[in-house]
Design a protein around this ligand. Structure first.
Ligand code: PMP
Length: 292
């Protein structure tokens, strides 16, 4: 399937992929007044469809704008995009941004736009390495203090340092980068949350200055269902020597094992593999699409 043949939902209409364009004076482009989502559709059903739509509207609110479509309308639009493109398994990308009427920092009355695209993106990381474990660099940039940036929003502007960090990591031969937070504690990756394992217990940084991912929440729930203890706490990089397993989570990355972070080494084993399988099972369609 060539993604350029598809359709994109754009302000309430389905338009050909190549016609889903915007003006160069869009506020969202100049001042990063844009929020987005990343979701996956499995067997025709979008996993956590409504929580993603809710988060999109919440992110917009944090950036001081309201998306002129309700959660139910956004859910329906996402499903329409999946259906009209004929997908069963796909990645879904809704994005909302301030339009081009006023150019300047203030843009109180600019039109709010919403577009929803979908495409086939089977694996965020190399599929063989997902089990063996990917290699992470240590990023130079840190996640900002929540008093410096709206860290609970999935806001486009927060990804500037993620792209720089991921590019640098790739140039240095790594798949991605682990970022510390403004206080030097372990935070997350450039597009995924991070977990560590020691003596059968899962440890993950407290999500107090970065996105508390929906996949993170799901995996914590799955681990607890298996009776595995999950501790959310402050984790310093010096502690990484003591952990035996490491994995990252995200809607795109799903559950991906980590084999190395700079000089720290991990061996993906039973718990990581179990959670990868549990997550795969959890994302299988349960409703009408499964019966179809
Ligand atoms: N942190 C960042 C920076 C991300 O981009 C993502 C992906 N949206 C996540 C964490 C994980 O969030 P989720 O599990 O909701 O996809």
């Amino acid at each position: 399937f060539d993604k350029f043949d598809g359709v994109i939902w754009y302000d309430g209409k389905l338009v050909p992929w190549t016609e889903a364009t915007l003006h160069v004076l869009s506020h969202g482009l100049h001042y990063a007044s844009a929020v987005f989502e990343g979701e996956r559709c499995y067997g025709g059903e979008i996993f956590k469809c409504t929580p993603h739509s809710e988060r999109l509207r919440r992110s917009a609110g944090i950036l001081d704008f309201e998306i002129p479509w309700s959660v139910a309308e956004i859910d329906a639009a996402k499903r329409l995009v999946i259906e009209k493109n004929g997908f069963r398994d796909a990645y879904v990308r809704p994005i909302a941004w301030r339009g081009s009427e006023m150019m300047g920092v203030s843009a109180q009355t600019n039109t709010i736009h919403l577009a929803i695209a979908a495409w086939q993106w089977p694996s965020y990381f190399n599929p063989e390495e997902r089990l063996k474990g990917i290699r992470l660099d240590l990023a130079e940039y840190r996640r900002p203090d929540p008093k410096t940036a709206p860290s609970t929003a999935k806001a486009a502007g927060l990804y500037m340092i993620c792209t720089i960090s991921k590019h640098r990591a790739e140039r240095r031969g790594y798949a991605d980068a682990m970022m510390l937070d403004w206080q030097g504690r372990v935070a997350e990756c450039t597009g995924a949350n991070i977990f560590f394992i020691k003596d059968g217990v899962i440890h993950t940084p407290t999500a107090d200055c970065f996105l508390d991912g929906l996949t993170r929440q799901t995996v914590i729930e799955l681990a607890k269902r298996r009776g595995i203890e999950v501790v959310e706490r402050r984790i310093m990089p010096e502690e990484l020597t003591g952990f035996t397993e490491c994995f990252i989570t995200g809607s795109a990355a799903e559950v991906t094992a980590v084999a190395e972070i700079a000089d720290w080494k991990f061996t993906p084993s039973q718990i990581t593999k179990q959670l990868m399988d549990d997550y795969t099972a959890e994302t299988q369609p349960k409703g009408a699409a499964a019966a179809a």
